[in-house]
Design a protein around this ligand. Structure first.
Ligand code: ZN
Length: 62
């Protein structure tokens, strides 16, 4: 199964290699994150993680 590139900050799938992959970094078009760390997962794994994140979010007290 094809793996998706997922932003570690906002969990958007709208991630591309920055400057065509020359820098080896990734760029998130949703939140503007640029970095070499990126999440790689399948669609199913992403769904699971988003569910977990929602639960996590409820616990936060910002
Ligand atoms: Zn992002």
């Amino acid at each position: 199964m094809r793996k998706l590139l997922v932003c570690p900050v906002c969990y958007s799938k709208d991630v591309e290699l920055d400057t065509g992959g020359v820098s080896g970094k990734f760029c998130c078009k949703n939140c503007g994150y640029i970095g070499s760390f990126i999440l790689e997962m399948t669609e199913g794994e992403l769904e699971e993680m988003l569910k977990a994140k929602e639960k996590d979010f409820d616990k936060r007290e910002f």
